[in-house]
Structures are given as C-alpha cells and as structure tokens.
Design a protein around this ligand. Structure first.
Ligand code: ADP
Length: 406
C-alpha cells in the first residue's frame, strides 16, 4: 500500500523535473497529497523570495472557504519553525471569525522543507474525521520533502536558465562586434589606398603646377588638409578595429624601456611644440621597463604628448615623467593647457568624442587618440587616470606592472 503511494510521489517528482514554474509544481504536489491521503481539499502557502511572509499560491477548486492568511505565532508559522507536520484530528468549534469546524473535521499542515530551506506549508483538509496512522504521517512528511525538493530544483533551473540566457546574449553581442570590426577593418583597408592617391595628387598639384594660385591654391590646400584628416581617422580606426586580431597575432610582447620611448617621442614633438612656444621638460628614471609592444607604447606616448600640445596654451609647459613606484612603472604627461571640464572627463576615452569643439573643427584631430591610448593601456593590463581643471591644465597618469630590475 505505502509503496504504491511512495511511487506516486516519486512519479510527481519526476514530472516536476522539467518545471520551473513554482505555482504549477506546488499545485501538482497539493493534488497528489489530496489523492494519496484522500483529503477533500487543500491549500499551499509559500514564502515570497527572501521574506518570511506566506502567500497563498494554491487553493483547491472545490474548497468551500479561503483560509485566513497565516499570522506570525499561529499554527502555520509554528510548523515552519519546528519542521514537523501539525496533525489536527478533531477541529473544535471556534468563536473567532474563521470558524471552519462546519467544513472540516481534521486537517494536517505539512512543512515544505528541504535540507535547511523552508518554502512554506501545505494544508490538507478532511470533511470527515481522519485518524493519522504512522504510515499516513510518513507519507505526509515525504510529500512535504518531495515538494520542497522539486521547488529547489525549479529555482536552480530558473537561475541556470537566466544564466544561459545572459551567456547566449553575450555570445551574440560578441559575434556582432566581431562582424562589425571585420567590416570596419575591411572598409578602412579599402579606403586607405584611394585616399593616399588623392592626397599625393593634390599635394603634387599644389607644388608642381604653377597655374594653381590664389583662391584655387586655397581650395587645394583645404582639400589636402581634409584628406589628411580623413587619413588620420582611417589609420586610427584601423588600429581600433583590428585590435582583437592583433592581440592574437601581431602583438609583440618584449622588454620595453619606457624612459627610452618617452625621450624619443618627446624629442620628435619638439618642433611641433616650438610652433606654439611650448616647452617640454622630461624627468626620466633609468631602467623602468615593462613587458609590452614598443610600437603601441610609442603610440600611447605620442597621442598623449600630441594632445598636450594641441590643447596646450601658447607659451605653455609640458612635463613628461617616467618613474618606478614599488613594482609599478608610471608615466605622467601633464600640461598647463585649456583643461577638460568635469562633465567631459568620463567621455574623453570614447571613440570620436571631442570635448573642445573649437579645436575640433578645422583640425586634423580624430577624436580617436584617447580611445587608442585606453585600448593600449588595457592590452598591457595597465591603468590610466586623468586630473584636469578647466583653464589650468591636464595630467594623465598611466601605470603598468614593471619588470624587475636586472
Ligand atoms: P582628439 O583627436 O580630438 O584630440 P582624443 O581622443 O585624443 O581626440 O581626445 C578626446 C578629447 O579629449 C579631445 O577632443 C579634447 O577635448 C580632450 N583632451 C584630450 N587631451 C587633452 C589635454 N591634454 N588637454 C585638454 N583636453 C584634452
């Protein structure tokens, strides 16, 4: 007898394995409970996630009344606390509003508990007097535990489904980004050559054709300038879009002396700085090396220094420092130029973002310089920070893990 009831319970557990909907899991067990214990109707209360408050999630269709919500200190909560069913054989007439004695002669409150977790209670009601034999009590406990087990599995499954969903979305996003990057990489490659040809021809015309004079020469110069701007954008885009591929293939990790790079980039920018009467001073510590790609690290420094000149004031100062602090290699590039406003700071590393619109128009800046800097910092597992105040100047601070001294 008991074995057939237990096998029915096991069958319900199996059927619930595919379910994540708690209400339908609980409903299946409440109906099973009524069937195997020959109850007339039932109710299930479960906690709303993370709180002790019990909510009615199941009520038999033919239940002649609705139970009042359990109260702290009442029978349902006692069952939750003690983990053992409460068997009431003979319901006495009660004076309170919820006298159920005319509908129910016996009932059992079964805790739905699995290991340390309590989900709620199942109440099975009997119109006629019911004697709860030892066998029936075992079945009650078994139903409670099995229902709780099914709820546990359901909640885990729900969590897993959510995680799978997030993962699938990540994968789709990644694929989309790869496709976009591939497209940009191909497009930039295709655009580069004709641009170089246009620029070559325009420059040749300006220099070599003496019929080009006056306003015509101005137009040609403007074309040359814009083509140069376009070429800069294209070459910056090429760096940014081929990054993933580069990471795997052409990124060369070698010992790089940051001081040497800083010195050589600084001296390359002397002439440009002089045009604005900007002085560049350096304070370079010896033997500050990291493991990285010298071409990209050079690019990082030249983008920072070029910006300091572009956004520097006439007669201004630029200071470049390379130092070691504990096991970190530090690069600091600071200027006393126009500065960046507080609102703009969070966006300066975005692609194509330019805070200072007046310098943006007409210049050959692409708004990609800092996006590239930030990418180079990232692939070298470094950090970058900026301090700036409008009208006073800007300091970029880059830090990498330093190689140990030989
Ligand atoms: P851009 O090609 O426009 O210079 P970047 O990505 O290098 O693009 O810089 C983004 C924006 O950040 C710039 O347009 C400028 O407004 C601001 N910026 C960058 N460096 C400095 C600096 N040293 N001083 C003031 N503003 C700066």
């Amino acid at each position: 007898m008991i074995t057939s009831q237990i096998s029915q319970i096991n069958q319900t557990v199996l059927e619930c394995l595919n379910k994540t909907d708690e209400i339908s899991i609980v409903g299946a067990f409440a109906e099973l409970g009524q069937k195997v214990l020959k109850a007339d109707f039932g109710f299930v209360w479960i906690d709303s996630l993370g709180s002790r408050e019990l909510k009615l999630v199941y009520k038999s269709e033919h239940a002649p009344f609705t139970l009042a919500a359990p109260k702290e200190g009442g029978r349902n909560y006692n069952v939750l606390e003690n983990f053992i069913p409460d068997y009431v054989t003979r319901v006495k007439k009660s004076k309170n509003r919820y006298d159920v004695s005319k509908y129910v002669q016996s009932f059992v409150i079964i805790p739905l508990t699995y290991k340390e977790t309590i989900y709620g209670t199942m109440v099975l009601c009997f119109k006629k007097l019911k004697i709860f034999s030892r066998e029936k009590k075992v079945i009650c406990e078994y139903i409670g535990n099995s229902a709780a087990q099914a709820i546990t599995i359901g909640r885990l499954k729900k969590k897993e489904n959510r995680a799978m969903h997030v993962l699938a979305k990540h994968e789709a996003d990644l694929k989309e980004e790869q496709l976009r990057n591939q497209f940009l990489a191909d497009a930039t490659h295709e655009i580069r050559t004709p641009l170089a040809i246009i620029k070559g021809n325009v420059d040749l015309a300006i220099l070599g054709d003496n019929r080009i004079r006056g306003s015509m020469k101005k137009t040609f110069n403007a074309i040359s300038h814009e083509v140069e701007h376009l070429s800069n954008i294209i070459s910056d885009l090429a760096v940014l879009t081929s990054n993933k591929v580069m990471l795997q293939s052409s990124f060369i990790s070698k010992k790089v002396d940051l001081g040497n790079i800083a010195e050589s980039v600084a001296s390359r920018y002397e002439t440009l700085a002089k045009k604005k009467k900007i002085s560049i001073t350096t304070k370079i510590a010896r033997n500050v090396a990291i493991s990285g790609d010298s071409i990209y690290l050079e690019r990082l420094l030249s983008n920072l220094i070029r910006n300091s000149i572009t956004y520097g004031k006439v007669n201004g100062r630029i200071r470049i420092e390379v130092s070691r602090r504990k096991n970190r290699a530090i690069i600091i590039v600071s200027d006393n130029g126009i500065g960046i406003s507080k609102e703009d700071i969070p966006r300066i590393y975005d692609r194509f973002y330019r805070a200072d619109k007046s310098h943006s128009s007409g210049g050959t800046n692409t708004g990609l310089g800092l996006a590239i800097v930030s990418w180079i910092v990232k692939v070298h597992a470094g950090t970058i920070g900026v301090k700036s105040s409008l009208g006073k100047g800007t300091t970029f601070h880059v830090s990498f893990s330093a190689l140990k001294l030989d």
